[in-house]
Design a protein around this ligand. Structure first.
Ligand SMILES: CSCC[C@H](NC(C)=O)C(=O)O
Ligand SMILES: [Zn+2]
Ligand SMILES: [Zn+2]
Length: 417
C-alpha cells in the first residue's frame, strides 16, 4: 500500500548516490543525464559546459522575474573520493537504506550529493507545490573534480564568459555535518600550499662524523618546522582558536637515502634529502610572513637548502582582499540567509572557517560572497570516511531548509536609496 512506499525525494537521492563518481575515474556522464532528467521534470533550463574534455559542468537555471538583478548560484560537485568496499558494511555505491534506522549508506551521501538533490527537491516543491516565483534568477551548478582541487572544474568555470554572464551575486556551496542541533556554516576555506624543502650536503662513509650533511641539514629544518607546528597546535589545544584558524604545517613525505636491491645502502650518508609538507593558511594569515620564515629559517640557502612552494589555489581575491565572506549585518545576504534558516526551524552555529578547501574559494576570488552550508544536524561527520551515511529524516529536513533559503534569497531585493 501507499504507506509502505518511500518518499520520492528519497528515491531520487538514492538514484543519484548509485552513480560511481569516485576518483580516479569518476563517471560524470550518467549522473549529468540523471540530473538533466530531473531538471526537465521540474521545468528548469539546462546546459552543459565542457572546458576540459569529459569534465562537464551542468548548469540549471530557474529564471527570475527581474533578470537585471544579480543571481543566486547553488553549487555542488559531482565527484566523490574513493571508497574501500571491504571496509564498509554495505557497498559504497548501493545506497543501502536501513529500514530500522533510516540511514542511507553511500559514498557521497554527506559529501556532497545530498545538497544537489536537496536544491532540486526544494525548487521542485517551490514550483510545483507552492507556485513560488523568484525575483532573482536561481542557478544550480554541478561541477567535476572538486575533490582533486577543482582545477579543471570550478576554476575554469569562474574564468569563463558563461560564468560572467550569470551575474552571480551570492553563492551557496557545500558545508559539513554537525554533531549537535545547530547547522554549521562556513565563511572561508584555508588556502593550501605544498611545500617541498631540499637539502644538499657532503656525502661520505656512514661511519664518519662531519658537519653539513644533507640529512643533518634537512633534520634541523624538520625540527624547526615541528616547533612551529606545535606552537600553532598549542593555540588550538588551549582553546584559543579552532583547528581551521591556525596555520597547519604537516609533514607528508620524507625522501632520502641511496636505494639498493634490499632497501637502502646503509654505509653511505646521502648528498641529497627532501621533505614535503601540506601547509594550510587561514584567510587572516599573512602569506609573506610565512614565505619569509621558509626562506630564512626552514630552508635557508646558507644551510645548503632550497625550497619550492606550490600554491594550490588562490589566497587573495582580485582586489587583494582575504578570501572570506562577511557574516555580520554589513552583508545583507548573510542576514537573509540566517533569517531563512531560522524561519525553517533551524539554528546556525558560530560561522566557521573550513580546515580544508571547497570550490567556494574560486567564487570568493571573484569577490562574490559564498557560504558553505550542508544542513545536516545531529549527524556524525563522515565525509571521506568509511560507512558514510545520511539519515532520511535529516535529508528531508534539509529540503525544507533550502525551500526557505532559496525562496528568501531569490526574493531579496536590496532597499534602494
Ligand atoms: C590541494 S587542492 C585542494 C584539494 C583538497 N580538497 C578537498 C575537498 O579535500 C584539499 O583540501 O586538500
Ligand atoms: Zn565535498
Ligand atoms: Zn570531499
Amino acid at each position: 500500500g501507499k504507506s509502505h512506499e518511500e518518499r520520492e525525494p528519497i528515491t531520487r537521492f538514492k538514484q543519484y548516490l548509485r552513480f560511481n563518481t569516485a576518483h580516479p575515474n569518476p563517471n560524470y556522464t550518467a549522473p549529468v543525464s540523471f540530473l538533466i532528467s530531473q531538471a526537465q521534470s521540474i521545468g528548469l533550463q539546462f546546459k552543459t559546459l565542457e572546458f576540459v574534455p569529459n569534465k562537464p559542468i551542468l548548469l540549471l537555471t530557474w529564471p527570475g522575474s527581474d533578470p537585471s538583478l544579480p543571481s543566486i548560484l547553488l553549487n555542488s560537485h559531482l565527484d566523490s573520493v574513493p571508497a574501500e568496499p571491504d571496509k564498509w558494511s554495505h557497498p559504497p555505491f548501493s545506497a543501502f537504506h536501513s529500514p530500522e534506522t533510516g540511514q542511507i549508506f553511500a559514498r557521497g551521501s554527506q559529501d556532497d550529493k545530498c545538497i544537489a538533490i536537496q536544491y532540486l527537491e526544494a525548487i521542485r516543491n517551490l514550483i510545483l507545490v507552492k507556485n513560488f516565483k523568484p525575483i532573482r534568477t536561481v542557478h544550480v551548478s554541478c561541477v567535476p573534480d572538486e575533490e582533486i582541487g577543482g582545477f579543471d572544474g570550478m576554476a575554469k568555470f569562474v574564468e569563463s564568459n558563461e560564468f560572467r554572464e550569470l551575474n552571480v551575486g551570492f553563492v551557496m556551496d557545500e558545508g559539513q555535518a554537525s554533531t549537535n542541533d545547530d547547522f554549521r556554516v562556513f565563511y572561508a576555506d584555508r588556502s593550501p600550499w605544498h611545500l617541498i624543502i631540499r637539502a644538499k650536503g657532503a656525502p661520505g662513509h656512514g661511519s664518519r662524523m662531519f658537519d653539513n650533511g644533507a640529512m643533518e641539514n634537512l633534520m634541523k629544518s624538520v625540527e624547526m618546522i615541528t616547533k612551529f607546528r606545535e606552537s600553532q597546535f598549542d593555540v588550538v589545544k588551549a582553546g584559543r582558536a579552532a583547528n581551521s584558524e591556525v596555520i597547519s604545517v604537516n609533514p607528508v613525505y620524507l625522501k632520502a637515502g641511496i636505494p639498493s636491491p634490499t632497501g637502502f645502502v646503509m654505509n653511505m650518508q646521502p648528498s641529497e634529502a627532501k621533505a614535503g609538507f601540506d601547509v594550510r593558511l587561514p584567510p587572516t594569515a599573512d602569506p609573506d610572513l610565512i614565505r619569509r620564515r621558509i626562506a630564512e629559517e626552514w630552508a635557508p640557502a646558507i644551510r645548503n637548502m632550497s625550497y619550492e612552494i606550490i600554491e594550490k589555489g588562490p589566497i587573495r581575491d582580485y582586489k587583494g582582499r582575504p578570501l572570506m565572506t562577511l557574516t555580520d549585518d554589513s552583508n545583507p545576504w548573510w542576514s537573509v540567509f540566517k533569517q531563512a534558516v531560522t524561519s525553517a526551524g533551524g539554528k546556525l552555529g558560530k560561522p566557521e572557517i573550513l580546515a580544508s578547501t571547497t570550490d567556494a574559494r574560486y567564487m570568493r576570488q571573484l569577490g562574490i560572497p559564498a557560504l558553505g552550508f550542508s544542513p545536516m544536524a545531529n549527524t556524525p561527520i563522515l565525509l571521506h570516511d568509511h560507512n558514510e551515511f545520511l539519515k532520511d529524516t535529516v535529508f528531508l529536513k534539509g529540503v525544507e531548509v533550502y525551500e526557505s533559503v532559496i525562496s528568501s534569497l531569490s526574493s531579496f531585493v536590496e532597499p534602494s536609496g
